[in-house]
Design a protein around this ligand. Structure first.
Ligand SMILES: Nc1ncnc2c1ncn2[C@@H]1O[C@H](COP(=O)(O)OP(=O)(O)OP(=O)(O)O)[C@@H](O)[C@H]1O
Length: 241
């Protein structure tokens, strides 16, 4: 099987800082991969490079066998890479429905077909448990529901690769359980790359975990092996074994 995504020597400098430093990475189709690491390790910068939100200083990104390194973000979206931002990106004055309608319209060759838009929007809202809040202004949803709305917006793009950046931040424990179920559902049709600080969520969801530290991959393994890894414990959990 071919990887869905690979990076080779991927680097990004901010002034003198190498935020992402020569990262070789591969993601297999259908996988749920968690990316963890201390604050400032380069996780968000890495996924921003993959989504095309920022450009690399050097290195290469290959998606589904094609070099996408130079492609703008909107083309990558069309090719199936969806990225939900760390910072809430919903339009507060638009309803939940209209927020999701925006990405649905982008996936339709005739974005004005009302029936098709409605079907796509309601499918995404139902999967995220937001269907009964479709007509609420997004700004009036709880913070946790706004995060789920972002996931719905990502899902509406029917991505092959869904990148979630700290999706459980601000979710209540009961909502986290639903979220775990949702990600497993999503992974039946898509590959998931998940930046997540909540370790129980990571341990339950991830097939494999990639640990970033100081812009580099420190370790990559199964959840069980990562839990036992001394270097990871030192760098990430701040405790010597
Ligand atoms: N636009 C930018 N300009 C300058 N420095 C930046 C920029 N974006 C990120 N950095 C720096 O790059 C490093 C990596 O940041 P990044 O946000 O990728 O880390 P992270 O692992 O996602 O951290 P966190 O877990 O806190 O979100 C940090 O030192 C950060 O300050």
């Amino acid at each position: 099987m071919m990887p869905l995504l690979t990076t080779k020597g991927l680097s990004r400098n901010f002034g003198g800082l190498r935020a992402v430093d020569g990262v070789d990475f591969a993601l297999m189709p259908g996988e749920i991969r968690a990316v963890i690491g201390p604050n400032g390790a380069g996780k968000t910068t890495f996924v921003s490079l993959v989504s095309g939100r920022i450009q690399p200083s050097s290195g290469m990104i290959v998606f589904d066998g094609a070099d996408i390194t130079g492609l703008p973000a909107y083309i990558r979206v069309r090719q199936g890479i969806a990225y939900t931002f760390q910072i809430t990106s919903v339009f507060a004055n638009l309803s939940a429905y209209d927020n999701v309608a925006l990405p649905v319209q982008r996936t339709l060759s005739d974005g004005r077909s009302k029936g098709a838009v409605r079907t796509g929007v309601m499918a995404a809202l139902e999967r995220t448990g937001l269907a009964d809040r479709a007509h609420m202004p997004a700004g009036q949803l709880s913070y946790g529901h706004q995060r789920l709305l972002e996931v719905a917006m990502g899902l509406a793009l029917k991505p092959r690769l869904l990148i979630l950046d700290e999706p459980t931040q601000g979710l209540a424990d009961s909502e986290i359980d639903n979220f775990i179920t949702l990600v497993r559902e999503i992974a039946k049709n898509a590959t998931v790359l998940l930046i997540e600080h909540n370790m129980p969520v990571v341990m339950q969801l991830a097939d494999r975990i990639t640990v970033f530290n100081a812009g580099k991959i420190l370790a990559e393994d199964t959840p069980e092996a990562i839990r036992e890894n001394a270097a990871v414990q030192e760098a990430y959990l701040g405790t010597a074994p």
